[in-house]
Design a protein around this ligand. Sequence first.
Ligand code: IPM
Ligand code: MG
Length: 354
Amino acid sequence: MKTLLLLPGDGIGPEVCAEVRGIVTALINRAGLELKIEERPFGGASYDDYGTPLTVEAMTLAKRVDAVLMGAVGGPKWAGVGRDVRPEAGLLQLRQEMEVFANLRPAICFDALADASSLRREVVAGLDIMIVRELCGGVYFGQPRGIETLADGQRRGFDTQVYTTSEIERIARVAFELARTRDNRVTSAEKSNVMESGLLWREVVTDLHKRDYSDVKLEHMLADNCSMQLVRNPKQFDVIVTDNLFGDLLSDQASMATGSIGLLPSAALGEAGKPGLYEPIHGSAPDIAGQGVANPIAAILSFEMALRWSLGRADLADRLYAAVESALNQGARTRDIGGTLTTAQMGEAVLAAL
Ligand code: IPM
Ligand code: MG
């Protein structure tokens, strides 16, 4: 029996996770899925109850289960709390302690939604790219960091962007391996023209490619150009591998080619056999939280990725993916993609198709 830990979190997190629960229950009752669900408060919700965004108990549990599904964290309610206990700090700690360094962020444009994007249909129809974002290093974690007061009374804020050879190599390896199962092309995005860590990134990726993956087509691209190319012609890409910060930006940007950020799931993976962390790429959306109008598809597809990558049920993942596609083909639409369905109605539409 496998175990899934649900961390609904804040804002729209609990709303979209409720729809995942419905789907899990249906797969257990009707499709022979053997899965136990645990649930813990996370982020601001955990801070409110326990004074910390991630309790030791929840952190320990996250490392013991087979997969963790996170809803969303953060919101204006916690804007004033201490930096080290803000909701986002809980998420960074979770990612780091689970050692899920490889964040797979697929951007796929469903045929039914090719007109929902702000980009023209012909630019996005058929889009299927995979952004591989490094998730446990870079400027998100680099030391030193802080805000200090200078002798002249000014304040100075600083962060450190840092990558080691092994950190770059392990994420590049994931990208090359994935590419082999797809269109066999990798674009590595960095800023080697201005950053030393970017230069090392380019060198390490080049070396690894030469050594172990010369059958894969590798292209280096400066991250700013990559960002432009993602709106000019996103279909030129197959797999994009990039660092933590650029991956955060480029994946939000890529989501717009699919119609809505409410559609995009992600899987964060570590070494083989370790639990994966699954999260929609969207945030807690405080502007619509509590209204029951958020799109649950990103969360549902994050569970789909969990079935595939951590729970050993690629067969059910295929069925769930097909159900989402079929619900969209039948016209099911939440507000973000031009419809009127509520979160629960969208969940029901996927369930019906399943
Ligand atoms: C994401 C989010 C997070 C990040 C935030 C909530 C810390 O934007 O997963 O893309 O920056 O990684
Ligand atoms: Mg982000």
